[in-house]
Design a protein around this ligand. Structure first.
Ligand code: ATP
Length: 779
């Protein structure tokens, strides 16, 4: 602990600033402070949330701020620990009573959890930072609403996921609290759903004038108490389709009096397949719940990055628990009455159900589902929590299950049977429903299956196309494509981390604002990438940016204004294609998804895309293979090859420079590895000698190795000369051959370009065609 002086109160400001070093602190059991006069304390102390926290601006570089990405401070407050009860409270230094102090303390004095554990209300010996994870937002101030939104990530930590702090989330939600005309949004289109005035007011503030189709269809069923399986295209508002019924139930039940000494149990448990999605759900729901003029539910998000101890504590005050299966199961397995509390949930939400029940998560999800359904007697977790809880009363006494995804995958069932193969077909609604019925213990004999897009999984505003080129020219075509899209926020998907590592510097060398995202990156670097990518948010002219990512970004990322998704590598399965493509054309916006593929890949691509559109084909009395044969579903796009040819010299140079860097880095790593291996063996290691011997050997990959060797042998001077040459090339304008428009290292407006091409009678005016041969794009 920061102090061993148990006489002197520690100013809270100091504590908050030391948060990043807390792992190094000495928790030798000393108390913060002994309140000399409990009576005085009762007059002047308050809970951490009542304090006047102020934001501290953070530096761009976050290395020195390990573990969190936001900081708040408070001045003129002492922290007091009562030795007899162990309670922590706060004392205003000027002796003035802080708001609601007496009231809160009285409440606090009688708020022992039934299992004998204390409800957390501030710092303790092991954690001096007020990481109040689950604070209900109040209507009294924007400040307290924000505290709640920050939820489990602590007061000082706005969020710890890669999407955290993204301007996307900020755009969508945060600005709304201050938006004067938000209240004027006409929400009468929601009325038929019979939502409470509080929820309607929130939706007005969020500027959501009408429900999306999935919301319109699913909310009434969930409100009526039914289990729901909801299928709707990506970006169609599924989060609020389950979020609104949960909020409604919360509002309905909150007025019921609770026993003052009772522990709280959660109302809803939301399972998310990834940490990114979990944090996004948190933000989305918090935005909904904190936009209104009411005390919303407390949300606790359990993903990696927080200590177990803290997470157990967070759960104690949570109304809504969001978690990734692994971490959630870890916390549940730790005991503490958590399982017993979770058994009382009224909603179980399985978001991205097909993914959650596959891809290696299944084991923990199964454990969680089994544990939720186990009877009390059989439950080994009955570890002290009393029945007399502060749970919101259950309306029906049973748990509703809400399951959502844009895709349901046949691979799930095979996975369960241990027969899974890579990939997976999109399965019919019926099959997926049967699977879910068998796996999840629905309360309804027949859960309501709602498929608002039976014909198409893809968003209606999405245009699809493919570009054909030889494999060795993919980089060049990627560059050309990006150059032809002015001021675009583009997501480039690859199938490997290595490809991300190679393509990102290549594009950067070409003066494009590219950044990387893959699971091999440190959490902070991922966060920074997403933040930079989303800069500019929903503004009219979003900052042009390019993210090169693996499929870690394929699901759930809700980033505003992504206009273009490029599949540099073909997606391995149809559902991956749907989810990748779903990062654009969200919430009714337009967007394009373009596959870059070699001639040998085209047939496979057509099959894959036809599979995605199979329902549409059926609606037109066609089999998927017939449709694929006719190539109805995806159009080959025609980039003017003359432009591509003119871009080639710079693209080749940029690639060469990127390869040099990669080869040199690889060499360093190999050298380090070989040197330490040689050291262990007690022999000398000479990298040049080693290289010579290696180059003498024949075998596969020798050509690549030779190239690598040549790259890393380039001297500094040679590299400098290449850079200078590239710089010169990038300065030159490239005549696109259709008008006085030129491509420079910046990008031109492709729409304008195409208009001019059309005027000139060129076919390339169809550059991005719609896929409306079957009327799919009528909307
Ligand atoms: N009724 C509404 N009106 C306008 N925008 C909405 C409405 N409901 C949700 N949105 C917005 O639509 C966007 C997409 O919503 P959401 O992330 O819930 O989509 P999703 O269907 O879960 O997508 P995915 O399948 O890709 O995860 C969000 O930015 C959200 O704020």
């Amino acid at each position: 602990m920061a102090t061993t002086d148990n006489k002197r109160p520690l100013p809270a400001k100091v504590v908050a600033m030391k948060a990043k070093k807390r792992q190094k602190l000495d928790h030798s059991g000393d108390q913060l402070h002994v309140a000399a006069n409990p009576k005085k304390k009762a007059k002047t102390a308050s809970r951490a949330d009542d304090l006047a926290w102020k934001d501290i601006s953070m530096p761009d570089r976050l290395e020195d701020y390990e573990g969190f990405f936001g900081l708040e401070e408070v001045d003129g407050v002492d922290i007091i620990k009562d030795v007899s009860s162990g309670q922590i409270s706060f004392l205003s230094k000027d002796g003035k009573a802080l708001p609601q102090a007496d009231e809160r303390l009285d409440e606090k004095a009688s708020s022992q959890a039934p299992d004998g554990e204390e409800e957390w209300s501030g710092f303790d010996e092991t954690d001096q930072v007020p990481e109040v994870s689950v604070q209900p937002p109040t209507s009294k101030s924007k400040k307290s609403a924000r505290s709640a939104r920050e939820g489990s990530k602590a007061k000082q930590v706005p969020s710890s996921g890669p999407t955290a702090g993204s301007e996307n989330a900020a755009d969508a939600f945060e600005a709304l609290a201050d938006d004067a005309d938000a209240a004027e949004t006409d929400v009468s289109a929601w009325r038929s759903l019979k939502l409470s005035p509080d929820t309607l007011a929130s939706l007005g503030k969020l500027k959501f004038p009408k429900p999306t189709p999935i919301q319109r269809a699913a909310i009434p069923e969930a409100l009526a108490g039914h289990d729901v399986i909801g299928k709707a295209s990506t970006g169609s508002g599924k989060t609020l389709a389950f979020g609104i019924p949960i909020l409604e139930r919360f509002l309905e039940l909150r007025s019921v009096s609770r026993k003052p000494d009772a522990a709280k149990t959660p109302l809803a448990l939301l399972l998310s397949p990834t940490r990114e999605l979990a944090h996004q759900l948190d933000k989305h729901l918090t935005a909904l719940c904190s936009s209104g003029a009411f005390d919303g539910p407390s949300i606790a998000t359990l993903t990696g990055g927080l200590s177990m101890q803290k997470q157990q504590r967070l759960l104690k005050n949570a109304d809504i628990v969001i978690g990734t299966p692994g971490r959630l199961w870890e916390v549940i397995s730790s005991g503490q009455g958590i399982m017993k509390a979770l058994k009382q949930i009224q909603f179980l939400v399985v978001d991205e159900a097909d993914r959650l029940l596959s891809e290696g998560h299944f084991k923990e999800v199964e454990e969680i589902l089994n544990a939720l359904d186990r009877t009390e007697d059989a439950d080994e977790e009955t570890d002290g929590a009393e029945d007399e809880s502060d749970a919101l009363p259950t309306a029906s006494g049973v748990r509703q299950t809400l399951v959502f995804s844009a895709t349901f995958d046949r691979g799930l069932q095979k996975k369960l049977a241990g027969k899974s193969k890579p990939g997976g077909d999109l399965m019919s609604s019926k099959e997926s429903m049967e699977y879910l019925l068998s796996k999840l213990k629905f309360q309804d004999e027949k859960p309501k299956f709602i498929d608002v897009n039976p014909v198409n999984q893809l968003a209606s505003g999405l245009k699809e196309g493919l570009i054909e080129c030889v494999g060795t020219e993919k980089d060049l075509y990627l560059y050309a494509l990006l150059m032809l899209h002015a001021n675009t926020r583009a997501l480039v998907f690859t199938n490997s981390i290595d490809a991300v590592r190679r393509i990102t510097p290549l594009l950067q060398n070409l003066g494009l604002p590219a950044m990387a995202l893959h699971s091999g990156m440190a959490q902070k670097a991922r966060l920074r990438s997403v933040e930079r990518f989303t800069r500019g948010g929903k503004t009219e002219r979003p900052t042009s940016s390019i993210m090169v990512a693996t499929d870690v970004a394929a699901r759930g990322l809700d980033i505003a204004n992504v206009q273009l998704v490029i599949h540099y590598h073909l997606p391995r399965a149809a559902d991956t294609y749907v989810h990748r493509s779903g990062r654009t054309a969200r919430a009714g916006q337009p967007g394009s998804s373009i596959l870059i593929c070699g001639p040998e890949e085209v047939a496979g691509v057509r099959r894959l895309v036809a599979k995605v559109h199979a329902q549409a084909a059926a609606a037109h009395d066609q089999t998927a293979s017939e449709a694929a044969k006719q190539g109805f579903y995806i159009r080959t796009l025609d980039i003017d090859r003359r432009i591509v040819a003119r871009l080639k010299p710079r693209a080749s140079l940029a690639k060469k420079l990127a390869d040099v860097n990669i080869a040199k880095e690889k060499q360093h790593k190999e050298d380090d590895f070989m040197r330490s291996a040689a050291e262990e063996l007690g022999v000398d290691y000479d990298s040049e000698e080693f290289d010579k011997q290696a180059s003498g050997r024949q075998g596969r990959g020798n050509g690549r190795k030779k190239k690598e060797r040549e790259s890393r042998e380039l001297s500094k001077g040679e590299v400098g000369a290449l850079k200078a040459e590239l710089k010169e090339l990038l300065k030159q304008r490239v005549n696109v051959g259709v008008s006085e428009k030129y491509l420079t290292s910046g990008r031109v407006d492709v729409d304008e370009l195409l208009r001019q091409q059309d005027a000139g009678g060129s076919k390339t005016g169809e550059f991005l065609g719609t896929v409306n041969n079957l009327g799919l794009e009528d909307a």
